[in-house]
Ligand binder design. Sequence first.
Ligand code: FPP
Length: 248
Amino acid sequence: MSNTEKEHKNIPEHVAVIMDGNGRWAKERGQDRVYGHHAGVLSVREVVNTAGAIGVKYLTLYAFSTENWNRPKAEVDALMELLVATIRKEVDELHKNNVRVHVIGDFDALPPVCQKEMQEAMDMTAANTGLNLILALSYSAKWEILRATRQIAEAVKNGSLSADEITDEVFHSHLCTSRFPDPELMIRTSGETRISNFLLYQLAYAELYFTPTLWPDFGKDQFLAAISDYQNRERRFGMTSEQIQPSK
Ligand code: FPP
């Protein structure tokens, strides 16, 4: 298969990204961690544009975890301000590019100004049909799974659901990502090889791609390299190679 053919075939529908390494990137330059987060926004821009251009339908970015609230207050405040400023600055361009913005996570835990800006971006882009840009904010998978479990337990308690009706589909419908397919590819930058409480249920069969590149150095070429790596993998979902490709 030629590279061009490959490029258009087997593009993952949903790519999830742990954007890691902003702090180390800044430190290497003798700068404050926040400097790294600012540089990281340029990578976000480039990856969003590239994902949209090659036909990825869903891109989930882990922008702020539940655990990130424990960082020094100055960094938390700076990250929240950066999120608000970035979405404010970029929303017209995203809208023009037919991108639909979504937020997953504990929305109520976000500062009111952040909630307002995100809600406006979601409302403005609600009818767009191109890339779905899903920002995970104040998100952690354990929080999400516990929340789903509580909702299901409530439904069983009030009699609207029986225990044997709790299928994968029902469980999925209680997750923050109920409107989205599960990611086929998860990318983590900066050399760390952990999932860090990100989409634990949804990543069950995802291909995992780890790169030593720090997030601010991750752009179009690095994203395309991850896609190309994914395209060379065989996804078996617990079956054998022969079942997937009978002529093999
Ligand atoms: C991880 O690097 C990065 C974050 C916790 C924040 C990511 C946020 C952005 C890239 C900016 C805003 C994003 C959007 C979607 C507008 P780290 O600080 O953990 O780096 P380290 O591991 O080197 O310390």
